[in-house]
Write a protein that binds this ligand. Structure first.
Ligand code: NDP
Length: 426
């Protein structure tokens, strides 16, 4: 397969979602031209990417472009792909909420399943099947009623929601097009990953928002469903760290922060395209890297960019860029925690321990709070527990998670406390 290596043009569907926003920052920092598809909405829906979209300096030279489109409209997908001819497509668009998929089952299938097919077909219609790499955001929800613990790439699927069924179709159609048309297409089977940018309707964000409000005296209680439901909650950041690209960045940050050469080599002032070359040095070869960086600095390369590793999703990029052959990978932290543990960690961060009493009452510090126990109207079928084994991705990309569960909760809590202080109505 021959690829257009000289062009770096990414198309991201779901660009204004949690992952899409992080991926945009990451790709822009790597010098990509980034295009994203957004849906027309009756109110603003670009808050996660406004800093890239409205600030001309954030996207350095107008390399960030948004297009109106929809995964349910194949003609717009063909037009956008035909016009921009992306070298990489990251399909992150989805009706991504499991519970909502029970209410919007047909629509979820249209977007998550058939939408993926539309996108793959649009690539073929535009004659780009041998020059465009394709990444599909697949999900641990495919495992549903778990038959095997932990789950790997070989664990049989048993989807238990319209969302998971739709994503299962997408998973297989990606493999089918890879094999039938020799396309470079891969699935990342992602376990839950959270961050301050997580959608407000997802349980982790619901917890951190409400606990922040309780902390600030803006709310009295938090209502939750199944407290015993367990998930593998990674930090979105961690889907980056220890991968080949971030090895370099981490090294740079360490040097800059406290290394003996930190004053000589201001690594935040290494020219962008120079950094790109450095990026691809073998991971772990730190001394060689340092010498090269030092030399470049001495040569006076100094026009400069911030090379902060943005959060997330570099792993998507690694799956697409560093893989020599397209394959499918489980991406997960390997640790599971219950919803109850998440709540406890959120309060612990505020210095308050919870004493759970029976089903609905507990103590928060010295105060009593009342909580809902199980919501009987909620479909419980999807609430099976998860346990992951991401050793294939770990071996391939030398990756292991760094952010601990309490750190993840802390990051989200701090962000929501700040948010609520600024805007109590948020
Ligand atoms: P979000 O829900 O935050 O983002 C979903 C994105 O898809 C939004 O930008 C949304 O746009 C867009 N979208 C929804 N419907 C359509 C449509 N019909 N046409 C075009 N765009 C549409 O999800 P995340 O960023 O958290 O997740 C990214 C992907 O990864 C998703 O596919 C998700 O299913 C998958 N995934 C995520 C996991 C996680 O823990 N975060 C775990 C496993 C898989 P709008 O703002 O207009 O609604």
């Amino acid at each position: 397969m021959a690829f257009l290596e000289e062009r770096k043009v990414a198309l991201i569907t779901g660009i204004n979602g949690q992952d899409g926003s992080y991926l945009s920052e990451f790709l822009l920092n790597k010098g990509y031209e980034v295009h994203g598809i957004i849906r027309r909405a009756s109110s603003f829906n670009t808050s996660r990417i406004d800093h890239l979209h409205l600030d001309p300096f954030a996207h350095k030279g107008g390399r960030f472009h948004l297009h109106y489109g929809d995964m349910t409209d194949s003609s717009c997908l063909v037009k956008i792909i035909g016009r921009i001819k992306p070298t990489e497509i990251y399909n992150l668009a989805a009706q991504s909420h499991v519970k909502v998929s029970f209410d919007l089952s047909e629509y979820t299938a249209e977007v998550d399943a058939v939408g993926t097919l539309r996108l793959l077909d649009a690539i073929r219609t535009c004659g780009l099947e041998n020059s465009t790499k394709f990444y599909q955001a697949s999900t641990s929800e495919l495992y549903g009623k778990v038959a095997e613990i932990p789950q790997t790439e070989k664990t049989p699927f048993y989807p238990r929601s319209p969302y998971a069924c739709a994503k299962l179709y997408a998973y297989w159609i990606v493999i089918n097009y890879r094999e039938a048309y020799n396309m470079f297409a891969c699935n990342g089977i992602l376990f839950n990953h959270e961050s301050p940018r997580r959608g407000e309707t997802f349980v982790t964000r619901k917890i951190t928002r409400e606990v922040a409000k309780i902390h600030l005296g803006l709310s009295q209680c938090l209502e939750l469903g199944n407290l015993d439901s367990k998930r593998d909650w990674g930090h979105a950041k961690d889907y980056v760290e220890d991968l080949p690209v971030t090895d370099v960045l981490q090294f740079c940050n360490v040097l800059e922060a406290k290394g003996p050469y930190g004053n000589i080599v201001n690594l935040k002032q290494i020219k962008r395209n120079t950094m790109h070359k450095v990026f691809f040095m073998p991971s772990g070869d730190y001394m060689v890297m340092f010498i090269v960086i030092g030399l470049l600095y001495e040569l006076g390369l100094s026009n400069f960019v911030d090379i902060e590793p943005t959060h997330i999703i570099n792993l998507f990029f690694n799956l697409v860029i560093f893989s020599t052959t397209p394959e499918d990978y489980v991406i997960a932290s390997g640790e599971t925690h219950s919803v109850k543990e998440f709540v406890e960690a959120a309060f612990r961060h505020l210095g308050k321990e919870i004493v759970w009493e029976g089903k609905g009452v507990e103590e928060v510090g010295k105060e009593k709070r009342y909580w809902n126990s199980q919501n009987k109207n909620q479909p419980q079928i999807f609430s099976t527990n998860r346990s992951s084994d991401a050793s294939k991705a770990k071996a391939k990309f030398n990756w292991s998670p760094k952010v601990t569960f309490p750190e993840l909760v802390k990051d989200m809590m701090n962000s929501d406390i700040e948010l609520m202080k600024k805007n109590p109505m948020a």
